[in-house]
Design a binder for this molecule. Structure first.
Ligand code: NAD
Length: 264
C-alpha cells in the first residue's frame, strides 16, 4: 500500500541524527507522502537536522526547546501561518541527567526529578495543547515510551517514573481530545542504540538481554518503530486512541529469562 499519508501534514520533534527514532518515523511517513515539519533542539543539532530534512523532503520549522514556552509558541505561530492546519504530531523527546541514569533510583535529586518531568512528560501535554488548535479536521498525536514505565529496569530510574507519567498523560489527553477527532497514542519501543540511550547505564547489556530473551530473539530497529508509527498516525488506526503499543520484539510479554538464553 502506498500514499497512506498523502495530503497529511504534521510536525515531528526529536530528530538529533539519523539514528534517532524520530528519523525512522519521519522516513516511514515521508515514504507514504506526508508533508513534514521538523524542529531541532539547539544550534549544534541544526547542522545535523538540515541535511536529514533535505533527504526526507521535509521542512525545517526552526529551533524548539520544549522547556521554553516562547520557543514552542514560536513554532506553532510559524506553522499556523505556513500551513494553517496540521494532521499529526510526533513527540520523540526526553532528557534526564546522565549521572542519575545509573545506580539506584533513590538517589534522584529534586532538580533532576523536576527537569526530567518537565522535558520528558509535561512537554507532550504542552505541545499537544498547541497542536490541537491546528488540528481543525482531527488528527493523531504520538509519543515514545519504554517498558521501564511498567516494570523496574536497571539504571532507568527517574526516566521510568517519567515514562509512567507520560503514559498516563496519553490516556488523559486521549479523553480530552477525543471529541475533536484527535487520537493520542504512544509506542513503547524496545531498546535501540541512540544518542539518548547512550546516557543509560549498562545499555549494551540491556540490548543483549532483550536480544536473548524477547520472543523474536532480536532487538528492534528505528525503521520498525517507524512502520508502527505510520499505522498509528495514518487512518489505518482510525479507531485507536489512548493506547500504548509495544514495538519491542515481544519482550514485554515475557515473565522470565529464556531457558536457552546465554549468560551475559
Ligand atoms: P535521540 O537522542 O535521538 O532523541 C532524543 C531527542 O530529544 C533529541 O532529538 C533531543 O534533541 C531531544 N530533546 C532533548 N531535550 C530537549 C528539549 N529540551 N527540547 C527539545 N528537544 C529535546 O534518542 P531516541 O532514543 O530516538 O529518543 C526519542 C524518544 O524515544 C525518547 O522519548 C526516548 O525516551 C524514547 N525511547 C527510546 C528508546 C531507546 O532505546 N532508544 C526506547 C524507548 C523509548
Amino acid at each position: 500500500m502506498s500514499g497512506l499519508m498523502k495530503g497529511k501534514r504534521g510536525l515531528i520533534m526529536g530528530i538529533a541524527n539519523n539514528r534517532s527514532i524520530a528519523y525512522g518515523i519521519a522516513k516511514a511517513l515521508a515514504d507514504q507522502g506526508a508533508e513534514i515539519a521538523l524542529t531541532y533542539q539547539n544550534d549544534a543539532l541544526k547542522k545535523r537536522v538540515a541535511p536529514l530534512a533535505e533527504e526526507l523532503g521535509a521542512y525545517v520549522a526552526g529551533h524548539c526547546d520544549v522547556g521554553n514556552d516562547e520557543s514552542v509558541d514560536a513554532i506553532f505561530d510559524h506553522l499556523s501561518e505556513k500551513w494553517g492546519r496540521i494532521d499529526f504530531f510526533v513527540h520523540a523527546v526526553a532528557y534526564s541527567n546522565k549521572a542519575e541514569l545509573t545506580g539506584r533510583y533513590i538517589h534522584t535529586s529534586r532538580d533532576n526529578f523536576l527537569s526530567t518531568m518537565d522535558i520528558s512528560v509535561y512537554s507532550f501535554t504542552s505541545v499537544a495543547a498547541r497542536a490541537q488548535r491546528l488540528m481543525s479536521e482531527g488528527g493523531s498525536m504520538l509519543t515514545l515510551t519504554y517498558y521501564g514505565a511498567e516494570k523496574v529496569m536497571p539504571h532507568y530510574n527517574v526516566m521510568g517514573v517519567a515514562k509512567a507519567a507520560l503514559e498516563a498523560s496519553v490516556r488523559y489527553l486521549a479523553v480530552d481530545l477525543g471529541n475533536q477527532k484527535i487520537r493520542v497514542n504512544a509506542i513503547s519501543a524496545g531498546p535501540i542504540k541512540t544518542l539518548a540511550a547512550s546516557g543509560i547505564g549498562d545499555f549494551r547489556y540491556i540490548l543483549k538481554w532483550n536480544e536473548y530473551n524477547s520472543p523474536l530473539k532480536r532487538t528492534v530497529t528505528t525503521d520498525e518503530v517507524g512502520q508502527s508509527a505510520l499505522y498509528l498516525l495514518s487512518d489505518m488506526s482510525k479507531g485507536v486512541t489512548g493506547e500504548v503499543h509495544h514495538v519491542d520484539s515481544g519482550y514485554h510479554t515475557v515473565g522470565m529469562k529464556a531457558v536457552d538464553a546465554p549468560d551475559i
